[in-house]
Design a protein around this ligand. Sequence first.
Ligand SMILES: *Cc1c(COP(=O)(O)O)cnc(C)c1O
Length: 370
Amino acid sequence: MIKFLDLQKINSQYRHELKHAAEEVIDSGWYLLGERQKQFETNLAHFLDVKHVVGVGNGLDALRLILKAYLEMGFMEAGDEIIVPANTYIATILAITDNRLTPVLVEPDIKTCNLNLLQIEKHITNRTRAILIVHLYGRVCWSGELELLAKKHHLKLIEDNAQAIGAKWNGIRSGSLGDAAGNSFYPGKNLGALGDAGAVTTNDPVLAELVRTLGNYGSKQKYLNDLQGLNSRLDEIQAAFLNVKLKYLDQENQIRRNVAKYYCDHIKNRLLILPEFPQDNDNHVWHLFVIRTAFRNELQAYLFENGVQTLIHYPIPPHKQKAYFDWNHLSFPVTEKIHNEILSIPISPVMEISEAERVVLLLNEFSKSL
Ligand SMILES: *Cc1c(COP(=O)(O)O)cnc(C)c1O
């Protein structure tokens, strides 16, 4: 079976370093808010070329805390609107609604599956406070026009960088493009911890300080609570693992890119629509390789029967989820089309050439009459 993503194989590349890192934490007797977290924050700040990094519990919390901090700063208040792509992972939306802000869902561009930047302006009202961009599948969603639009309407630009760490736009890393970014180190992400972990990245010192305080019970000094915070911290053992894995991120992303290029050059089947390989290589870190076809379910079954595991990211859009039943009647045709037609095929930094060849062969032989 060609696995969709072989985490065991990915992490066993670094087993000695990871075991050593874990041992050091175990023996240190210090497990939260320590040296490894600080070290990781410094390392990631350097990697992204961003001034402030705050380690938090996971990617959802990173986004929640950014918005919570903007609420504390008085930049937004409950009921204000946040523009967000309709086809994102549910976490992006949860971060908004959890803060009693209102998500304004906007359709993506069918070609990139990223937010259609031309669609944004008509959704801006006097209650809009931010645009929450998602670099979906690992492809950067950014433009100079977007920056100008945000400036014109005094909106914050927040990045959901969960899927795109390491990617660049005009040489600038995603996660450092906007006013603030939420990053996820969920094990399956391009920079994966061995458990939950996340970080907020920003050049804004006030925001960074607030996120740090809010993520630690609203407390700067133990047992003094200035704000009604929550508990979301990056623990030492995950920070230690991330310090090991960050060193290999660019290298791993390059392997993903090579697999993606191979797929784009060799998959030739008119039933399948391939993702575009961007002209600027660095624009995409290929967290997922997502193809589209009107015969998605047939294709998934066919690949499975032939020993290839695939996944759907994601089968149901947020507005069709039970959790958001108030929106279930809404219609987002582009988003719905994407959700009905997409299939993520295997891509990873440990994929063998023979595996990629096998996937290509099977895809080229797929026909709907099967
Ligand atoms: C993974 C992911 C998140 C959430 O990250 P967690 O660490 O799992 O909480 C948010 N947004 C997107 C787009 C993601 O892919």
